[in-house]
Design a protein around this ligand. Structure first.
Ligand code: GLU
Length: 486
């Protein structure tokens, strides 16, 4: 049996859209679940769309998420080079071969002629907007003359005008298209570079790719690829087209996932505080479902569980709430040391002094959904925000402005007597204070927490916050709270 080989073939046109990352992930999973090879190939033949630095984003992203490729531009391999612009000669040779065999031809039509043709077809309401095959049967002497005169040309494939092209997709099943609906596609452009359609077929064959995995937007071009495999007499790969990823619109409908739905780039999501492992886990389920209802998968577990036959056709909805759930699960599962490391830049962005970072991380870890929430959650450790004294009043805790004042007055006194400042000693002190004053615990904890944080919602309770703030700062804040109530 042939060794399974898949390729991720991004064009370096900018940031890494999560749709692209999902394609890369599925290619990796298909290769690795079959002990195959996963290859990275950079498709940079569309010279106008190239964005500087985009290749580095691709390397960096694949590395960050652990999609280790076996062959690629930066690591080499038996089938290199792995950048299409470095393979230009090959495409030209292959196109010339088809010309020689009478399966392709030089087309000298100018842009103006093609534009005119297009608008004329539009006017006449013709449904087939393709090229009219004007140069398909030019006499050889004329072709020679035009070539000698260095007239710009493209090379087009002679597509059969009759019959059907049929192909099998592993996800979408059998697809049949009338050849009369396929135009004589361009293989080599006037700038000498191949079209994407041509280069990807030449390379997939040359690199012995067995499974071509890509977004379903390429489904309609696949008959063209098939016609090329047929013209060359090459073995076709298994096509695996992936369902569209859509986002929910405000009116309840869905449409192709785009910026208006929220962040759609991997880097953007990381920037917002999503963990790469959570993102990968979530996008694995955008178009594929495991046999059981398991949701949390490491990359290794995905390799074990993945199979092409469980990829579905219907569009996958990118649900930010679900991604949030995954992220908080991954954050909770982190060893505390790792969480401290991740949270530290966020802590330090708002807290300029040194605190017991471990303790702070412990109270946050259970509550954080995305890392970028951290600054807002912890800023009060740096400084008590300006707050309205009305928040001392709380029905559930049975607190009033008066009860709060009484409590803070005694608390400042009792807490100042503590020699050891630990969770347990603070706890015992406040509990006995409640007993002594015949108040419920909540009636004591609420005003203390408000005074030391200035907020009605905080990560962690009064005791945990007091412990982290330290004795001097805690007493100073309670005193300020008391002054507010006086
Ligand atoms: N270069 C194409 C893209 O970035 C790749 C499509 C394919 O996988 O063949 O979308």
């Amino acid at each position: 049996m042939l060794k399974v080989r898949t390729r991720y073939a991004p064009s370096p046109t900018g940031f890494m859209h999560i749709g692209n990352l999902r394609t890369a992930l599925y290619e990796y999973l298909i290769a690795k679940s079959n002990n195959g090879d996963f290859i990275l190939r950079i498709e940079d033949t569309d010279r106008e769309r190239i964005v500087l630095g985009a290749v580095d984003v691709i390397y960096k992203t694949l590395k960050t998420v652990g999609l280790k490729y076996d062959e690629g531009p930066d690591i080499g391999g038996e089938y290199g080079p792995y950048v299409q612009s470095e393979r230009k000669i090959l495409y030209n040779q292959m196109a010339e071969q088809l010309v020689k065999e009478g399966k392709a031809y030089y087309c000298f039509c100018t842009k103006e002629r093609l534009e005119k043709l297009h608008s004329k077809k539009n006017e006449m309401g013709e449904t087939f907007g393709g090229y009219d095959r004007h140069c398909r049967n030019l006499p050889p002497e004329e072709v020679k003359k035009l070539l000698t005169a260095k007239t710009p040309y493209v090379i087009r494939q002679k597509v059969p005008t009759e019959g059907f092209t049929m192909f099998e997709d592993a996800v979408y099943g059998t697809i049949t298209v009338k050849n009369s609906e396929i135009e004589d596609q361009i293989l080599i452009k006037t700038d000498g570079y191949p079209t994407y359609n041509f280069a990807n077929v030449v390379d997939d064959n040359a690199m012995q790719i067995t499974h071509v995995v890509r977004g379903s937007e390429y489904l309609s071009s696949t008959p063209k690829y098939n016609l090329l495999y047929e013209a060359f007499g090459w073995k076709k790969p298994t096509y695996v087209h992936l369902p569209l990823i859509v986002g929910k619109n405000l009116d309840g409908t869905v449409s192709k996932l785009s910026k208006r739905h929220g962040a759609t780039g991997f880097e953007d999501l990381v920037h917002l505080g999503y963990l790469p492992k959570a993102i990968i886990n979530y996008i694995a389920l955008l178009g594929w479902s495991p046999k059981d209802n398991k949701e949390i998968f490491s990359l290794e577990e995905l390799v074990k569980a993945f199979s092409i036959d469980r990829i579905c056709k219907s569009p996958a909805v990118f649900d930010y709430d679900k991604l949030n759930w995954f992220n908080s699960e991954y954050i909770k599962a982190l060893p505390i040391k790792d969480f401290v490391e991740l949270a530290m830049p966020y802590f330090k962005s708002v807290i300029k002094k040194t605190l017991n970072w471990n303790k702070l991380a412990e109270i946050l870890q259970k509550r954080v959904v995305t890392l970028n929430q951290i600054p807002e959650m912890v800023a009060f450790f740096s400084q008590v925000p300006d707050y309205d004294k009305e928040i001392f009043i709380n029905k559930k805790s049975k607190t009033t402005l008066e009860s709060s004042k009484l409590v803070l007055d005694v608390a400042i006194n009792d807490l100042s007597k503590l020699i050891e400042w630990s969770y347990n000693s603070i706890h015992d002190c406040l509990i006995s204070l409640a007993e002594k004053m015949r108040f419920k615990n909540g009636t004591v904890m609420w005003p203390v927490r408000i005074a030391i944080s200035g907020k009605s919602v905080t990560p962690g309770g009064a005791i945990e916050i007091l412990e982290i703030l330290g004795k001097a700062e805690s007493l100073r804040r309670i005193k300020l709270g008391l002054e507010k109530l006086s």
